[in-house]
Write a protein that binds this ligand. Structure first.
Ligand code: NAP
Length: 278
């Protein structure tokens, strides 16, 4: 699998998401097993957040990596309202406790809130010095937010919504990040669920490319994100069939013809758009 340097770690460009995990006790075992299967398949980057399931998702991750901490690269995210200097220290301690680990590999500001960025970033640097996190970054930052952020520190990544239907970052943020060798972490690479996911996976252009490869539309949608330079994708999957399909998608080679067909079905942006968010 392709790898990318993020902060101190070299990570495969296909990871695992955890949004909607940790919300229901009767689903917990399946979620733990799914993350463990993902690790077995080499999807070592696990993305979570204090927000997901009110900490429940971090507990699921903690259970999944309990006997194999060294197999995983853990990303968690702090709520903006907790991102004062002291709030950062306290939130990180709570996350570490739920994850049952000593160090978070990458700690992100979930989105920009009312606390000044220099204060939040100072908090992150203090955590780094104390060995509580290895690197820090941001999420849901548009180009202006990123330029402002770079004035105060050096985020290791920006995690943003990116998939075939939400290509806005290709106009400005993605080329800007590539120029600076700043990895982008693509969330919701399969459009999450519901009507939006149905519109993506039901697209006839996508289905034609999938048919030609003998794979599913979801696999092509994921292979397309993974094809992009400097991008990590973090699909969430609990169904083991989905996990294996996603791992296999990392091996799909898209031809110039496939890429052109996908551009026709999902045209790239021709002008600046507001950052898509979920
Ligand atoms: P997603 O990964 O685009 O889609 C997840 C959905 O797709 C689940 O219902 C999953 O089903 C299904 N799925 C997975 N693999 C599939 C496959 N091969 N074929 C068909 N269906 C498949 O959505 P997401 O959860 O919104 O995004 C991924 C992760 O990004 C999140 O979990 C979270 O960690 C992160 N995220 C971050 C932000 C942010 O603000 N920073 C926002 C949203 C998400 P099963 O679970 O049943 O397998």
């Amino acid at each position: 699998m392709k790898t990318l340097q993020i902060g101190a770690g070299e990570v495969p460009t296909l990871g695992q998401g955890t949004w909607n995990m940790g919300e229901q006790a009767d689903r917990r075992q399946d979620e733990v097993r799914a993350l463990q299967l993902g690790l077995d398949l080499g999807l070592t980057l696990i993305d979570t957040a204090e927000m997901y399931g009110d900490g429940g998702a971090e507990e699921v991750v903690g259970a999944a990596i309990a006997c194999r901490r060294d197999d995983a690269y853990i990303v968690s995210k702090i709520y903006p309202h907790n991102a004062s200097y002291d709030g950062v220290q306290a939130a990180c301690e709570r996350s570490l406790r739920r994850l049952n680990i000593d160090t978070i590999d990458l700690y992100l500001l979930h989105w920009q809130g009312h606390h000044p960025l220099p204060e939040t970033f100072d908090g992150f640097e203090a955590l780094k010095k104390a060995g509580k996190i290895k690197a820090w970054g941001v999420s849901n930052f548009d180009l202006e937010n990123m330029e402002e952020a770079l004035g105060y520190g050096a985020p290791a990544t920006n995690q943003v919504l990116y998939n075939l239907m939400k290509r806005g970052i290709e106009f400005d943020l993605l080329p800007w990040a590539r120029q600076r060798q700043l990895p982008i972490m693509a969330y919701s690479p399969l459009e999450t669920h519901g009507p939006e996911q149905a519109a993506l996976l039901g697209n006839s252009g996508l289905q034609a490319v999938a048919g030609a490869h003998g794979v599913t539309p979801a696999q092509i949608a994921l292979a397309w994100v993974l094809h992009q330079d400097g991008v990590v994708a973090i699909p969430k999957a609990v169904d083991p069939v989905h996990l294996r399909a996603n791992r296999a998608a990392a091996e799909i080679q898209l031809s110039a013809g496939d890429l052109a067909a996908l551009d026709q079905a999902f045209p790239p942006p021709r002008r600046r758009r507001a950052l898509d968010m979920r």
